[in-house]
Design a protein around this ligand. Structure first.
Ligand code: NZQ
Ligand code: ZN
Length: 388
């Protein structure tokens, strides 16, 4: 294994009823709380009422920061930071999915910083040598794993760049994770966010080193768990076992644990982020379109890992297949699963404009962790192959 340093400072409270049990205690040191949330799902499913009544009973002043959009923008971050400063907020509570959590992480930083956080912390990696506002999160959709890392993916609309950085100082202080909060996530969103979990695992698994290592072993278990539990949650959206497993799969995929000792790829993420910067497409849907095509481009350079994926994750019997046939069968099993769960398989289905693909391809960052380091020409080829 490669050398590593591991730290994860977020304290997780997991399970049915955890918000009722712990939220008042976890916010005891704060007087004014910035409550960050999205477009209103928490008002429809009762989560907003539950949380605000706990905070009000504890005598907190609540400053509302609502309408955080999917693929949060830098302008929205600035709006939240202004609200936090003007109201002397001393804690931020993000209630939602990756978009709300990411936006609130950036708000915690921007509220305490005089300069331009986009320039100093997103375009280039920066050094956080001051205390951002403390952040707590309540997760309402399983997917990004943002609850247990310092990652925040922000879109700068003017510059047409969507990018993320992971700063340990932005790890939430606490994460409250009640799987019943995810019962109301619509099927389409549940499926795309679950594919994001699978993608995070695959982007890590398909990278060196390939000799036996604990991360690869854990990841095979996690990938099988996502597939099994997503099928169960599609069957019965109120299946607590399935929803709780998906919720913890998401955290395990992005709490840095499985990345230890691995180079990590994340080329598909780089490509999806730019697709999203130009078209505002759904993160998991974009990833679903890209993964099988990208893997058909790189499998020869990581052949034995793709063989292992076919056998250990999808249960494909080697029989008389060559290594190449097995590797391709594993990628096909992934593509079949994408279709089975109802995700798109072409960029056309995502309403991406074909003439724009070159500009999008040219704007993608190149991952050095891939089995086959891409060129912008090959990224364009992949986008074109994904088109229809
Ligand atoms: O906005 P509301 O009304 O709340 O509705 C949301 C939104 O429409 C809805 N939703 C959430 N919880 C719900 C619910 N609907 C009903 N019941 C509930 N309990 O779901 C929709 C999507 O929410 P969003 O937060 O956008 O989804 P997701 O969690 O997939 O986050 C996507 C964002 O995270 C970034 C993505 O790029 C994208 O911007 N990522 C963040 C990462 C990180 N911080 O580590 C890593 C990822 O790779 C990813 O890039
Ligand atoms: Zn992702």
């Amino acid at each position: 294994m490669n050398n590593f340093i591991f730290q994860n400072s977020t304290k997780v409270y997991f399970g049915r009823g955890c918000v009722k049990e712990y939220l008042a205690c976890l916010t005891k040191d704060a007087q004014t709380v910035l409550l960050g949330y999205g477009g209103g799902s928490i008002k429809r499913n009762g989560v907003y009422d539950e949380i605000t009544s706990i905070l009000k009973k504890a005598g907190k002043t609540i400053v509302e920061f609502s309408d955080i959009m999917s693929n949060p923008t830098y302008a929205k971050v600035q709006e939240g930071a202004k609200l936090a400063r003007e109201n002397h907020v001393d804690m931020v509570l993000a209630v939602g999915g990756g978009s709300t959590m990411d936006c609130c992480k950036a708000v915690c930083l921007a509220a305490q910083y005089e300069g331009d956080i986009w320039e100093d912390f997103w375009i280039h990696p920066g050094v956080i040598d001051f205390d951002p506002l403390p952040l707590g999160v309540v997760v309402t959709v399983a997917g990004t794993g943002s609850e247990c890392n310092g990652g925040a993916v922000i879109t700068n609309e003017e510059k047409k760049v969507k990018t993320g950085r992971d700063y340990p100082a932005l790890n939430p202080r606490f994460a409250l994770m009640d799987p019943t909060y995810t019962f109301s996530v619509p099927r389409k969103q549940m499926v795309s966010a679950s594919f994001d979990i699978l993608s995070h695992i695959m982007e890590t698994y398909f990278s060196k080193p390939d000799e036996d290592n604990v991360s690869d072993d854990i990841m095979e278990g996690l990938m099988k768990s996502v597939v099994r539990n997503l099928r169960a949650a599609i069957e019965d959206p109120q299946d607590y076992t399935a929803r709780s497993n998906l919720m913890w799969d998401a955290t395990m995929a992005e709490n840095r644990m499985i990345k230890m000792g691995k180079r990590c790829d994340f080329q598909c993420h780089n490509m999806e982020h730019q697709l999203s910067a130009f078209t505002d497409c759904n993160h998991g849907c974009g990833l679903a379109v890209l993964h099988p095509v990208y893997y058909r481009h790189i499998y020869k350079e990581g052949l034995l890992k793709f063989v292992r994926f076919a056998k250990n994750v999808w249960g494909i019997a080697p029989e008389s297949k060559t290594e190449e046939e097995l590797a391709l069968a594993g990628i096909q099993a992934l593509a079949n699963f994408i279709r089975e769960i109802g995700l798109p398989a072409t960029l056309k289905e995502l309403d991406v404009n074909q003439p724009q693909l070159k500009e999008i391809a040219d704007s993608c960052s190149i991952s050095q962790g891939s089995y086959k380091v891409m060129t912008h020409e090959e990224i364009l080829e992949i986008f074109q192959e994904c088109y229809e």
